[in-house]
Design a protein around this ligand. Structure first.
Ligand code: ADP
Ligand code: MG
Length: 151
């Protein structure tokens, strides 16, 4: 389910691996209506992918009927704000989870670099998580400075 206006998009989706690419394409299409530099669009897509992948990989034990909600909005001051919300198990120790190379699933070839990538490509990464209730990742990026400095 996807609803969109000029400066807001909301996508409700099942937390299936098959939905990661469509979500990324939806948000990228929405953002490309902005005067956003291609490099910044790539940064946002990369960070968004990591957040959505985490919701799919880590939030739920079973895939059945589990939901994720992705919202993106653009504020007047040209800040992009993206939230990725799941209703899964939550993160017990947020600082540990955000530590570079920490993964709770080493056996599944996870690199533990998702949060590190989000932090390096976005201006701010906020993790709100409640055990057994779910996790919301808020990613923000200011596009004003760079888009006026375009070469
Ligand atoms: P990776 O996904 O490779 O394990 P990340 O840096 O992306 O590494 O995430 C680190 C850890 O944080 C994960 O291994 C997992 O334990 C936890 N985590 C991340 N996102 C979620 C989420 N949405 N729900 C529950 N746990 C999560
Ligand atoms: Mg990850």
């Amino acid at each position: 389910v996807c609803s969109m206006s000029e400066n807001y998009i909301k996508i409700e989706s099942k937390s299936s691996i098959d939905n990661i690419a469509p979500i990324r394409i939806c948000v990228a299409t929405f953002l490309s209506s902005l005067n956003i530099h291609i490099d910044e669009l790539m940064d946002v897509k990369t960070a968004l992918s990591e957040a959505v992948t985490n919701a799919v990989d880590h939030a739920y034990d079973e895939e059945s009927d589990s939901k994720i909600i992705v919202e993106a909005k653009i504020r007047d001051d040209e800040k992009i704000i993206i939230t990725v919300k799941d209703f899964g198990k939550g993160i017990e120790d947020i600082p540990l989870a955000m530590t570079p190379m920490y993964t709770s699933k080493p056996e599944n070839e996870h690199a533990g670099m998702g949060f590190t990538i989000m932090e390096s490509f976005m201006d701010e990464v906020i993790v709100d998580s409640v055990i057994k209730n779910g996790t919301t990742i808020t990613l923000t990026k200011d596009i004003r400075k760079k888009s006026t400095n375009k070469v």
